[in-house]
Design a protein around this ligand. Sequence first.
Ligand code: ACO
Length: 336
Amino acid sequence: MTDKLIPLKIAGVGYSLPETVITNDDLTKLYDTSDEWIYTRTGIKERRVVSGEENAIDLGFDAAKKAIEKSGIAADEIDLILAASSAPPDLYPAIACHIQARLGISKAIPAFDITAACSGLIYGLSIAKAYIASGMYKNILIVATDNNSRLVDWTDRGTSILFGDGAGAVVVTQAEDGIDDIIAIDIKADGNYGHLIELAFDGKNCPLVEQYQEKPKGIRMNGRGVYTFVAKILPHYVEELITNAGMKAEDIDYLIPHQANIRIIQAVQERLGYPDEKVVTNIKYYGNTSAASIPIALAESVEKGKIKLGTTAVLCGFGAGMTWGGAIVRLREGIC
Ligand code: ACO
């Protein structure tokens, strides 16, 4: 531990997507819907889904390997693994522990999962910032991975159209040049709105006692309620995050938002007065990949040259809980 707060460097990012593409037209085989209905309301044309045995651990491991490689830090130098997921294949072992094993890290280090739904990456960054600032850990791997396709109710056309699978990962470390790549970060929750998106994970009571009323399986969402809640708070929240950091919207180069609905993204974009070139969107191809959506958008846009490095970006996310959060980050050369 040290008295001085240690600055954080974002050292590497990576992402991974399953190969199988399900288009809006494909979904018409499942229920009465259309490409036009889905695209105009959400901005989604297609999404990626796992098939067979593939799951969130596989995707997360792949994204983690890429982020570690870019970071220049060896896997066995990682001091802490955080995994953000709301679609783990098992409640335990934690995805973070699975990834530790897959990376071949035999050293005993802490590894745990965070459940903050689509805000998971921002929650992970916030935890990592505190640990790095305190000097408690030096190199932290954050993996955000979700496998929603296995958890949605594929008979519910109002919800299953939205989601896709994928993973993103970020490696952060101590910044030796004294420059903190997290200029500002904030996380929030309001459990009073928890009913808006729910995923029950219940079992049965002891057979010797009165039984419990099991909840319906699969993600249950009040889409209109989520939309209204988020459209009301998010644009103002992101603007305030920037103001509280002593910055103006024009001081930041890019907006990299959670990809849940193009209309929500546009509401934030309009509030910040950003042209399309400053806003990263890939919802058209991947749908809502929950916690993975922000790191996928970040890593993919860098990889494909859609955003330049040596710049700054504001990240923002929201999800079940309800949770939300935002971060203003520096994107150094070489992270992807
Ligand atoms: N195709 C055709 N019709 C449909 C479909 C579909 N896929 N889904 C619903 N409909 C119908 C409904 O049955 C309803 O018909 P009715 O008027 O005859 O009853 C009508 O369309 C309107 O339904 P709504 O649910 O009110 O549609 P809405 O305009 O609100 O759009 C949507 C639904 C796209 C889900 C929208 O509410 C939305 O995007 N909300 C935000 C969701 C979101 O961002 N979730 C994030 C989750 S983050 C996390 O943490 C997991």
